[in-house]
Structure formats: structure tokens, C-alpha cells
Design a protein around this ligand. Structure first.
Ligand SMILES: Cc1cc2nc3c(=O)[nH]c(=O)nc-3n(C[C@H](O)[C@H](O)[C@H](O)COP(=O)(O)O)c2cc1C
Length: 283
């Protein structure tokens, strides 16, 4: 019995994200239990950037982060479905990802869990960077992203007014059970990322793995050639482990350079007038 966790990025009950996750669950051909979790329902405070989770193994913030992290750790495979809000995925995804340093102590057990992603936008083509946001979320959980799709529908339930998106659900369910070759659309040959930034007329950077290369079009075909850089974050398990070591080494580097760094920061101490949240309480 496989334990599948659906992570939903929509606050809407029985909205498109929820029914898409449940449809993918219905189409799974392996014995499974589908657990579901609505990220906007959880209290996920902003990361404080203290790095204590890396060394202590636990985030010092007392909120729901550990509940979500434990559910992810317990799952055999992940299904992420989130709506587009203002050209990107719902903010609950980023709220969780920002706390992701706390997942590095669990890198070994998280590594390579199968995952699939679905973004849902109300207007065809108006998803902005939603897919990149979903890929980023699943990559920062060290998962093996087997497939990703955008589907379109604004009203709750609208995505299944036609049968097309049920076919997509079937494809995603299949990908979760067994590795599949993704569609022939151009993607990063290193990480499978689907979003690129032009650096100049020929060179591009993959916005997921951050590596650079060239893009050439011959006839109908687009050839993307991306080369591995010096400091990769997650392409292989060894890269991810090396990055964790690099993160841990920052503490010593900070201690060594502390005086110089403080001198730089302190020179900016007195400028500007702060507006604080306390002012609202004070009326
Ligand atoms: C605050 C907000 C912002 C939205 N922004 C976009 C957008 O930028 N592009 C788009 O295509 N749809 C946008 N939508 C529409 C939703 O993506 C769409 O209704 C989707 O089906 C919602 O999924 P859900 O039913 O799972 O909540 C927005 C919806 C809301 C509530």
C-alpha cells in the first residue's frame, strides 16, 4: 500500500485544485491511501533566516511547519496542485518553501520521492511563473518530478467540464506510479525545468537549476544545451549533500569575517524612518 500525499495550494473547498488531486487519486493503478493537506490552512510563519534548523535539526519557530514536514516525510509520493494567484502560485507554497532549510537535516530520507505538479489558472496562458513555482517547491523537497502540467478553468469544477483534463489526470497518475518520458516540449536537459531567462541573444539560464547554456532553433526544433556549473544545488544527491556542507560551513566563515562584516553593516544603522506593524495596534 503506497502512501500518496496531495498538497493543495488553494483555500477553496472542492475547488479545481482539490478535485484535480482527487481525480489523479482515482486514476492511480496501484494500491494506495490518498492523504490530503491544504497548505493555506496551516500557520506557516516567515523564515527568520537564523539558520538554527541546520545545526539543531529543528526550526525554533513554534507553528505548523513540522506538521506539514512530517506528512511529507511519511509519504511515498507527492502530488502538488495549486492555483495561479496573480501570475504565480498561491503564496502558501512559498511560505513553506522559505522554511526549507529545516528540511536539509532530512535530505537522505526525502531524496528522490516521486512527485507530480499541476497548476490551475483561470485564463488560458495567464499562469505567469506558476509552473516554475510548483517545480521549485518540489525540487526544494528533493523529489523526483515525474511530470508537470498547467490546466485551465476559473469556476470551481470548471476544469472537468470537458474530458481533456481527466486525460491529463490519468497521465499524471501514471507518472506517479512509474517513470515516464515527458512531452517533447523543450526543457532543461539537466533538471527538466521549463522556464528560461535570456542572458544575451544566444545564452539562456534555466530558472530551476540555475545553470547556463545555449538555445538554438533549427527548423521546427529548439535545441537547449545547458551545462552543469561549479556549485549545483540539487541535480544529484551528491550535489545536494555538498550544498548542505557548504551551508553548514557558513557558520565558520561568518565567525572569521564577523568584524569586517559588522563594520560594513553598522555604517548603515541610523538611516531611514521605520514603519512598523505596532503602529496599527497603537492606532
Ligand atoms: C486572488 C486571485 C488571483 C488570481 N490570479 C489569476 C491569474 O493571475 N491568472 C489566472 O489565469 N487566473 C487567476 N486566478 C484564477 C484562479 O487561478 C482559478 O480560479 C483557479 O481555478 C482557482 O483554483 P481553485 O479552484 O483550486 O482555487 C486568480 C484567482 C484569485 C482568487
Amino acid at each position: 500500500m503506497k502512501h500518496i500525499l496531495a498538497l493543495l495550494g488553494s483555500p477553496r473547498r472542492l475547488g479545481n485544485s482539490e478535485i484535480m488531486a482527487k481525480e489523479i487519486g482515482r486514476q492511480l493503478t496501484i494500491p494506495h491511501e490518498l492523504k490530503m493537506l491544504r497548505l493555506p490552512d496551516f500557520n506557516l510563519a516567515p523564515c527568520r533566516g537564523c539558520y538554527r534548523c541546520l545545526t539543531k535539526g529543528r526550526c525554533p519557530i513554534d507553528d505548523d511547519f513540522a506538521v506539514v514536514a512530517d506528512a511529507i516525510l511519511e509519504a511515498d509520493a507527492l502530488l502538488l496542485v495549486a492555483p495561479t494567484y496573480f501570475l504565480g502560485p498561491n503564496a502558501s507554497l512559498k511560505a513553506f518553501t522559505d522554511r526549507g532549510l529545516a528540511l536539509y537535516p532530512h535530505l537522505e530520507s526525502l531524496w528522490g520521492k516521486p512527485s507530480v505538479a499541476v497548476g490551475i489558472a483561470g485564463i488560458p496562458g495567464k499562469e505567469g511563473y506558476t509552473l516554475l513555482g510548483l517545480e521549485n517547491f518540489l525540487t526544494m523537497l528533493f523529489t523526483d518530478i515525474r511530470a508537470r502540467r498547467m490546466v485551465y478553468g476559473a469556476l470551481p469544477g470548471e476544469i472537468f467540464l470537458s474530458g481533456h483534463n481527466r486525460d491529463i489526470a490519468r497521465t499524471l497518475a501514471k507518472a506517479l506510479c512509474e517513470p515516464v518520458s515527458e512531452s517533447s516540449a523543450p526543457c532543461c536537459p539537466l533538471c527538466g525545468g521549463t522556464t528560461f531567462r535570456f542572458i544575451d541573444h544566444h545564452r539562456v539560464r534555466c530558472m530551476l537549476c540555475s545553470n547556463e547554456g545555449t538555445l538554438a532553433t533549427t527548423g521546427e526544433k529548439t535545441q537547449i544545451d545547458i551545462r552543469k556549473g561549479d556549485h549545483d544545488l540539487f541535480l544529484t544527491r551528491e550535489d545536494a549533500l555538498a550544498h548542505r556542507e557548504w551551508l553548514l560551513s557558513m557558520k565558520d566563515r561568518f565567525k572569521k569575517q564577523k568584524d569586517d562584516l559588522k563594520r560594513i553593516s553598522n555604517a548603515y544603522r541610523t538611516e531611514g524612518v521605520w514603519i512598523t506593524s505596532q503602529q496599527r495596534a497603537d492606532g
